[in-house]
Ligand binder design. Structure first.
Ligand SMILES: Nc1ncnc2c1ncn2[C@@H]1O[C@H](COP(=O)(O)OP(=O)(O)OP(=O)(O)O)[C@@H](O)[C@H]1O
Ligand SMILES: [Mg+2]
Length: 323
């Protein structure tokens, strides 16, 4: 076919702390995340694979119950998993920020604590807190590597809009809020709502700092790698283009593009036709990104990928030296 097909072997040589797997629904993100995590655990790095999917996908693929607490994945030394839902994330967020939000807001407005929940649903907050939670795990030093099976494509990028989206959300909720916000802008440090307590402005700016710290971490290619998973179909190509464009815009680099479900050998007219269709998209992706992104093909297998042995087969495709 004349396409240069690569592997993930270079990842063995960089000492990344975080690997993020993204892509549209159903393309094989969880499969790849599991295969990567297994590979690194078998290579002797203490690895945590974390899924922020609402459905328990890691439990299914590893055939092992994994909950919202770090769980040893049976039989594999150094392999741990967490499945974390947005409810748990919101709860953590509430515990961390709830009291300070409530304290500040309730000192000038007669609001009940539900308002904290409302702020907690601000677009971007969940992603930010998820990233912050994962960064805590990464920086906690308990693991050599964290592999993150992310929620829907490009979702995490919203975090980069956080301060803006956040303020808009508040504006929609309470018109007066922004007036007070601008009042704080004017009086800045000269006024404190309560002695010794942080002002709203300070709280918002501490959130902004948090977002910036996270962005710095995920932009640093010595620490974080992004792997995008796609399929050789029109929709896959379109989505890939869109995500990479977003990444470019935020100075984030996609290092690897895994093209999954590639038909490698065709022994019937159905598969021949499908293979022909796929070639068109494989070529298009190669032409567009081959010069700057390592492209890896994963063949369509007749079986679903479930259980350690099958996951390991995918690991060996991604990291061919272990074959
Ligand atoms: N190369 C492959 N050959 C055959 N089946 C595959 C392959 N890769 C993945 N699958 C199967 O495709 C299904 C979807 O894969 P997976 O769950 O990894 O996708 P996903 O991107 O995580 O989906 P979601 O967006 O729903 O989380 C699974 O049943 C998996 O076993
Ligand atoms: Mg998944």
């Amino acid at each position: 076919m004349g396409l240069m097909v690569s592997s993930l072997l270079q990842l063995d040589r960089v000492d990344n702390k975080l690997i993020m797997i993204g892509g549209k629904g159903g393309v094989g993100k969880t499969t790849c995340a599991a295969a990567l995590a297994l590979h690194f655990a078998l290579a002797g790095r203490k690895t945590l694979v974390i899924s922020s999917d609402p459905t328990p996908s890691l439990s299914d693929i590893f055939e092992n119950p994994i909950g919202d607490r770090e769980t040893v994945i049976q039989g594999i030394k150094g392999l741990y998993g967490i499945e974390i839902s947005s409810d748990v994330v919101l709860e953590m967020w509430r515990r961390r920020f709830g009291p300070e939000i409530y304290e500040v807001i309730s000192s000038f407005a007669n609001l009940d604590y539900d308002f904290v929940d409302y702020i907690g649903t601000a677009p971007g907050i969940e992603e930010e807190y998820m990233l912050n939670y994962i960064l805590d795990l990464v920086e906690g030093g308990q693991y050599d590597l964290v592999v993150w099976d992310t929620a829907p494509a490009g979702h995490t990028l919203r975090l980069l809009h956080l301060p803006h989206i956040f303020l808009k959300h508040l504006e929609a909720a309470t018109k007066f809020y922004l007036n007070i916000y601008s009042y704080f802008e004017k009086v800045k440090d000269s006024v404190r709502l309560r002695k010794g307590k942080r002002s709203l402005l300070e709280i918002i700016s501490s959130w902004e700092n948090l977002a910036e710290k996270i962005v710095r971490f995920i932009r640093d290619q010595s620490k974080t790698s992004f792997i995008l998973v796609t399929i050789p179909e029109a929709l896959g190509v379109k989505q890939t283009e869109r995500i990479i464009k977003d990444f470019d815009q935020y100075q984030l680099t996609v290092r690897y593009l895994v093209i999954n479900h590639v038909i490698e050998s065709a022994d019937c007219s159905f598969h021949e036709a499908k293979q022909k269709m796929q070639r068109m998209y494989l070529k298009a992706l190669d032409k567009k990104y081959g010069h700057r992104i390592e492209i890896v093909h994963v063949g369509e297998s007749p079986q679903e990928v479930k259980g350690i042995d099958r996951i390991n087969e995918i690991s060996q495709i991604l990291f061919p030296s272990r074959r």
